[in-house]
Design a protein around this ligand. Sequence first.
Ligand code: IPE
Ligand code: IPE
Ligand code: MG
Length: 261
Amino acid sequence: MVSGNNGSNSASLIPRHVAIIMDGNGRWAKSRGLQRAEGHAEGARAVREAVETATRVGVKYLTLYAFSVANWARPRLEVEALMRLLVEFARQERADLRQNGIRVNVIGALEDLPTSTRHAVEDLMAYTAEGERMTLTLALSYGGRQDIVEAARSLAVRARAGLVLPEEIDETFFHREMTTHSLPDVDLLIRTGGETRVSDFLLFESAYAELVFLPIMWPDFKPETLTTAIAEYGHKERRFGKTSEQVQMPQSAFDPLDRVG
Ligand code: IPE
Ligand code: IPE
Ligand code: MG
């Protein structure tokens, strides 16, 4: 039997960390003769459903790409509309999020957001800090390369000051410097909107993620969209560089050299 994942009980078939590139709000609006900002507002409704569904099925970490570093180059009015929507989202969702045991976390350059948005998000994080059921991470002013480069720079500064030895820098040590330091590796990465690219999202953390690209626009994302993607994930065999046989046999009972010849 091909067991999905790296275990056989059903709980392990649920990805621990799901990350979503929520793309397609603008095209969704345009196809209906609406403003792009209306697409983003509709996208916020899809966010609510995705959060509820992920919590219900037992995902422990849900990370949503809400605004990239590159998105600052969009028209000013669109950027402002997105920043306002974040404030609204924080205000409208805070009670439900806390009630449902969801802790909100942020990755990216929070300090680059307008003050009102930053305060709303900081307040949301503080208000939900006790949540233990799921961690909802919002990627805001986030860039994967930037996060890697900032980590390298901060390690270089500490090494120059003699606080870090170059030989103690390994993957775990490096990850501690990134804004994603409290998150495990991504298991399942979903992108809506029909493009098959990762657009600078979680480059370091998605090294072995299963990638799912969906043609639907983000505002059309439904609970079933997520449950279907998770069900398909459950059928994947994640090998992490090993052979299928190694993955399926308990480690102690299998040594590939035994089978040579
Ligand atoms: C994703 O939808 C939301 C953000 C990037 C903030 P888009 O706004 O990129 O929608 P499309 O890709 O133009 O349709
Ligand atoms: C990725 O979508 C960023 C977010 C979803 C926040 P974009 O629409 O910005 O990505 P590109 O420009 O199509 O690569
Ligand atoms: Mg887009």
